[in-house]
Design a binder for this molecule. Structure first.
Ligand SMILES: [Zn+2]
Length: 438
């Protein structure tokens, strides 16, 4: 269980009782018999009157949110798997304020003064942490008797790679560093239906839990990469609302899952890449195409527009005058070379060299530390999103500092320090110091 990797509480004689009670599902508050103060966190003497005549009362477990913060990123690596999570200070009815986490609800449902109730999260055979969930059961994600076990293993949809019907999901490569996700409806040119959308979201969420994976390859089976939304989902007028919902939510969720995936996602454009298929590609980090691939956005031919991020991501991928042509022309015959010249693709390979050339690219990138690849993706995403240069530089500096303290990067730096043949010791030290400074 990966939770075992997290720090566990260090007990003191005066906190043992607190942790023992927490494991039994009780929140105990220290109470000063001399002055009547309630005390949190447990102390050796009363911080109000310095008396050591201290006992315990059991808290009713009800509290209100005093303040909170949603952690989206840049946390201690051991907690990365928990993101996003909510740190909070809550005011217990016993008159004390404690730092805790709020669990079992959507972060956007949390508000200042919201009533919350204690619940205990097992973190080891000896310890359970008191955390809080909304008192209002309708705001909870799970029934109250199901503990908030945020293992993140199985999505509520019940989807798993073994029962995917429309995609293939395989991990491999050296040290298991590559996950390949293949759109697998070749008879439909890998058009995306609702099932495929759900499976893609599930697959991209799942792969982020695998620490060995640094690179995800997204590709299509057969002759196409992807030709966009399956036109069968475009419906009779009666189904107008449900199809709008599908467009607005599920389709968009897919490209968000790709762009937000903490791995480097490499699009392997092996054939037709059109409409929503091009928009999937746009959400990738790197794009390699075979010469005979054909690309374009065709939505305007049906009187609509790219709706899965195309109008937003195309102008961010190339000069806007070229992006406009792609959207307005509705052409589906842009060659890979044309798209490369316009600025879209990372590289184009001749058809007969595509497989070997692509494999070499993946092998090289997959040999890098997953955590460094991830941080590179994060800091460049912030920078491309259009913050000013100084902010982008600060994000970069923070990213590097964070990396140099990550355990496996420390190990790598340690090797580097220890190897005598690379640099003299003083050079190595000064390099390290300048890395830390930024
Ligand atoms: Zn006291």
């Amino acid at each position: 269980m990966k939770q075992n990797l997290k720090p566990i509480p260090v007990t003191q004689p005066w906190t043992t009782e607190f942790w023992k009670a927490a494991k039994d599902g009780k929140l105990m508050v220290q109470h000063c018999r001399a002055c009547g103060a309630n005390i949190f966190f447990p102390k050796k003497v009363c911080p109000e009157c310095w008396s050591d005549d201290l006992g315990w009362i059991q808290s009713c477990g009800r509290a209100k949110v005093y303040t909170y913060s949603v952690m989206m990123d840049m946390v201690e690596p051991k907690f990365m798997g928990d993101l996003p999570y909510v740190l909070a200070m809550v005011d217990l009815e016993e008159g004390i304020r404690m730092t805790t986490r709020i669990v079992n609800c959507n972060p956007q449902d949390i508000a200042i003064d919201m009533p919350v109730a204690v619940v205990f999260e097992d973190i080891s055979p000896e310890f359970a942490l008191p955390v809080f969930q909304p008192a209002d059961e309708s705001l909870r994600l799970q029934a109250p008797d199901e503990a908030p076990q945020a293992t993140g293993q199985d999505a509520p949809t019940g989807l798993r790679p073994e029962n995917y019907q429309t995609i293939l999901y395989e991990t491999g490569g050296e040290n298991g560093a590559v996950c390949t996700i293949t759109l697998n409806r070749p008879e439909k040119y890998n058009a995306i239906n609702q099932r495929m959308a759900l499976e893609l979201v599930d697959a991209f969420r799942r792969v982020r839990e695998i620490p060995t994976v640094g690179v995800v390859v997204l590709t299509g089976a057969g002759k196409a990469f992807c030709t966009g939304g399956d036109l069968e989902v475009f419906p009779s007028l009666a189904e107008h609302t449900s199809s709008l919902n599908w467009l607005a939510h599920e389709g968009l969720d897919v490209q968000r899952a790709i762009a937000g995936c903490e791995k480097v996602v490499i699009g392997k454009i092996n054939g037709h890449c059109l409409a929503g298929g091009l928009e999937l590609a746009l959400a990738c980090d790197l794009l390699y195409a075979t010469e005979s691939a054909r690309l374009g956005t065709t939505e305007i031919n049906m009187g609509v527009l790219p709706g899965w991020g195309g109008t937003a991501r195309l102008p961010r991928s190339m000069p806007v005058f070229r992006a406009r042509e792609i959207v307005f022309s509705g052409r589906k015959d842009y060659t890979a070379k044309e798209m490369y010249d316009m600025g879209l693709l990372t590289r184009v390979f001749a058809d007969d060299g595509f497989e070997s050339g692509f494999a070499a690219v993946v092998k090289n990138i997959a040999s890098k530390k997953p955590v460094a690849l991830r941080m590179g993706k994060e800091v460049m995403a912030r920078s491309v999103d259009g913050c000013d240069l100084e902010t982008a530089l600060a994000v970069e500096r923070n990213g590097i500092q964070w990396l140099t303290y990550a355990p496996d990067i420390q190990a790598l730096l340690e090797q580097f320090r220890a190897s005598p043949d690379q640099l003299t010791r003083t050079q190595k030290q000064s390099n390290l110091q300048s890395d830390r400074k930024g």
